[in-house]
Design a protein around this ligand. Sequence first.
Ligand SMILES: NC(=O)c1ccc[n+]([C@@H]2O[C@H](COP(=O)([O-])OP(=O)(O)OC[C@H]3O[C@@H](n4cnc5c(N)ncnc54)[C@H](O)[C@@H]3O)[C@@H](O)[C@H]2O)c1
Length: 351
Amino acid sequence: MTTRIAVIGLGAIAVEHLGAYQKNENAELVAVCDIDVERAKARAEQFGVPRATGDVAEILADAEVDAVSICVPNTLHAPIAEAALRAGKDVLVEKPMTVTVGEAERLVAAVEETGKALQIGYVRRFAPNAQVTKRFLDEGEFGDIYAARATLLRSAGNPGGWFGDVDLSGGGPLIDLGVHIIDLCWYLMGMPKAVAVSGATFAPLGARDNIRHLTRYRAASAARPNTVEDYATAQIRFENGAVLNVDTSYSLHGRNEISVRIHGEKGGAEIEPELLMVTERHDTLLHVQPQIDSLGFDFQAGFANQIDHFLRICRGEIPADATAEQGLEMARMLSAIYESARAGAEVTITR
Ligand SMILES: NC(=O)c1ccc[n+]([C@@H]2O[C@H](COP(=O)([O-])OP(=O)(O)OC[C@H]3O[C@@H](n4cnc5c(N)ncnc54)[C@H](O)[C@@H]3O)[C@@H](O)[C@H]2O)c1
């Protein structure tokens, strides 16, 4: 059974969605939509999609569209996702699901009321290095996870466009990069409820557009406002006593770095930059390196797996598992980090 798909928002990440749908025999790309109609037409041609439009409402009113991928700037996720659910579409929405707690609560309600599926685009969960770690976790190899550390630092990596405009992005590296690695740790920690957060943000360097001879990820739009933080750091405490430390930047006097680690009572794992398990046997420390195709984050495999998984959700074979409730928990954590940074004090998360 094929699912008829429309992709809304056709910038950089939409190319990954379109490519993965195009290669999947269970999907039929029926329409693409971007406020920039010329871009919509170009993407339609690039991926052989029969229809291109600049009007989201036209896509949502189309009974021949079963499901949508939402790949627009962050603050547009919530209104478009809610309208899509209420129009009877299943939804794959890019991360972060929403930028506020209130919007996330509305999406939880919309899922409940419509019975349609909402899946968040947490692609890192679908990369083989994360899936192998999850399997070992589920088999009890690491025991309870009580600490995790997530680091994603770019020294000059503000993508520009809407990413630098807080009114469209909802925030800087924390909400853009941090959300990926916070989610990966949180997912592997068993998704405990966050109870308190201490965070700080800084913006002394700006977008660093003066830096030359360095290729960086760029948003599709040419605008380069900068009203977001350069760097964010936080500690999140969970009701089971576990803690997650996060460090993330667009601009920093420091080297680029990615590191995602979880630490349990029986063992631990470094998921990034390369999968490595760390444990103890017979009074000896062991480093265990799985033999898999890619020890790091395999973006292509992650996307293919994520899209295939979403299509199974659309066919009703499995329920959504990166759910709106999880998006609400993430919104609570991210909002509390920004609130703590503003207040200069720990913030308690209440429900
Ligand atoms: N999963 C990942 O690894 C990953 C990577 C990058 C970006 N993202 C997420 O994907 C989303 C898009 O990011 P991007 O890098 O592709 O940005 P982008 O700027 O390259 O593309 C955004 C597109 O949305 C279009 N758009 C804006 N307003 C619209 C509207 N009202 N209706 C229809 N189209 C509209 C823009 O014209 C543009 O083509 C963001 O939420 C971002 O956080 C995810």
